[in-house]
Write a protein that binds this ligand. Structure first.
Ligand code: SF4
Length: 465
């Protein structure tokens, strides 16, 4: 039987396009409409043979052997109880229900709970804590913005439908002329594919964004005559021309990406960007938004703020209270200092994203579990790899779009081979931890046959070669 499911949300990037149409026949996805090429691939991958259909335990010779969910859950529960300071990291690609269930496990285990923001927009958070976040929804950008700035981001590659759904091309309530009524400005060290769509491109010198923001602020404050002929590689005339466009706009919006928060200056670049928004509001309406990468990377910041009061880098080892201090309680720093003794990689790939030194520390000398639908670099060196259902394809749930608007995701097919969801898995790990504690298991008591030193024979370096 063939069925077309409409208004499906895409589980890939932070644009969270929710207008997809998925055609399913006999439980298999046969057609995907409206998604970009990346989103389309996610759905076709879900129906492909060759996916990992059950948990796997790494063997001393480097091969993997299928095990049951009970065995994988038992391994993970014992690992968390025996560890003095386990790290649970990831959550870029799961739903809020899974994040909340993991939060309960982390609290019970006295773990450090962290998400991918720790290595992407975490520095933006620091600026937002200090300066505030004069933001809006993507709907407001579509309906109101007539001047749109992309600074340090390249959505044509990272969020392929962003320009057509929100930022440049759509016709909105007060923007009936679509792209013809908008001025688009791109600031980037490279002439990107997004820059090709811009009316004005400012090629900022790599790592000198702060200076360029400073020049914009000087113009807004009436000191245009004081700025030099060239600032951060951009001629003064160009800066003045763009400032005139900004001042003349009805509604200005700035999207900023990791080019801003991960170049020299980091959180200070975002800080001054937010202050520029404040200055522009003396002339016209202006808002700002971070270009969040994964489809629900905004989710943990919201869910864990409800649960623990902090969005990321949450140290729950003290038992009595949560503690957050990026640099001290952030995953990469903990790994570099060798401060954790067990590692769960969930809904991300620390093997691909962490600095090699940090991942080498996590990948050697401690038990490691990867929870992910796919085989990624971290999964290839984990003691146990537990596959889970793909959110937005095989299970539903709530995910937060880049503008912090919650989107209801839905399942379009049954989970491959009956695999569990993240929420079900973490709930069962929690239940198993309670059973073990009743049996007398503590960090110091209880014997665990994690005797085979698999951690010492993991080919962590080979993964990078
Ligand atoms: S732009 Fe992002 S959310 Fe939209 S279809 Fe493409 S990958 Fe999916």
């Amino acid at each position: 039987m063939q069925e077309t499911i409409k208004h499906v949300a895409c589980p890939y990037c932070g644009a969270c396009c929710d207008d997809l149409e998925i055609t399913v026949e006999d439980g298999k996805i046969i057609e995907v409409k409206n998604a970009c090429i990346i989103g389309t691939e996610i759905y076709h991958h879900a129906s492909r043979e060759g996916r990992v259909g059950s948990p796997r335990r790494r063997q001393p010779d480097g091969t993997y052997k299928d095990i049951t969910y009970e065995e994988a859950i038992d391994f993970t529960a014992k690992m968390l109880i025996k560890a003095k300071k386990p790290l649970i990291y990831g959550f870029g690609s799961t739903n809020c229900e899974g994040m909340a269930a993991a939060g309960r496990v982390a609290e019970d285990a006295g773990a450090v709970l962290d998400n991918c923001a720790s290595i992407c927009h975490g520095s933006s958070f620091l600026a937002i804590f200090d300066t505030g976040y004069p933001s809006c929804t993507l709907g407001e950008v579509k309906n109101r913005a007539d001047v749109v700035i992309y600074w340090g981001s390249n959505p044509q590659h990272a969020h392929p439908r962003h320009l057509s759904r929100y930022g440049v091309f759509p016709r909105g309530y007060f923007t009936g002329k679509g792209y013809k009524g908008r001025k688009v400005i791109v600031v980037d060290p490279r002439y990107t594919d997004t820059a090709r769509c811009a009316d004005h491109f400012l090629q900022v010198q790599q790592g000198h964004d702060y200076e360029l923001f400073d020049a914009f602020r000087m113009v807004m404050h009436g000191y245009a005559d004081k700025i030099p002929a060239i600032v951060a590689g951009v001629p003064k005339e160009k800066i003045l021309e763009v400032c005139d466009i900004i001042k003349g706009g009805r509604y200005v919006h700035i999207f900023f990406g990791m080019g801003l928060c991960h170049s020299d200056g980091r959180n200070h670049n975002v800080d001054i960007a937010i202050n520029l928004v404040r200055d522009i509001n003396e002339y016209t309406k202006c808002t700002i938004m971070a270009m969040r990468g994964h489809y629900n990377i905004a989710g943990p910041g919201i869910v864990w703020a409800w649960q623990f009061g902090f969005p990321y880098c949450i140290d729950l080892t003290k038992g009595s209270h949560a503690h957050m201090n990026p640099g001290e309680t952030s995953s990469v720093d903990l790994a570099n200092r060798g401060e954790v003794d067990a590692f769960i990689n969930i809904g991300t790939d620390a093997g691909a994203h962490f600095p090699i030194r940090a991942f080498e520390k996590l990948g050697s000398g401690m038990p490691m579990v990867t929870i992910d639908p796919s085989v990624n670099m971290a999964a290839t060196v984990s003691d146990v790899h537990i596959p889970v259902a793909i959110v937005g394809v095989e299970t539903g749930g709530i995910c937060y779009r880049m503008d912090n608007v919650p989107i209801q995701y839905r399942a379009v097919v049954e989970p491959y081979n009956g695999i569990l969801t993240d929420e079900e898995l973490f709930d069962r790990i929690y239940e198993r931890m309670q059973e073990l504690k009743k049996e007398g298991w503590t960090t110091d008591e209880g014997t665990w046959d994690y005797a085979t030193p698999l951690a010492d024979v993991r080919p962590v370096k080979e993964v990078y070669e």
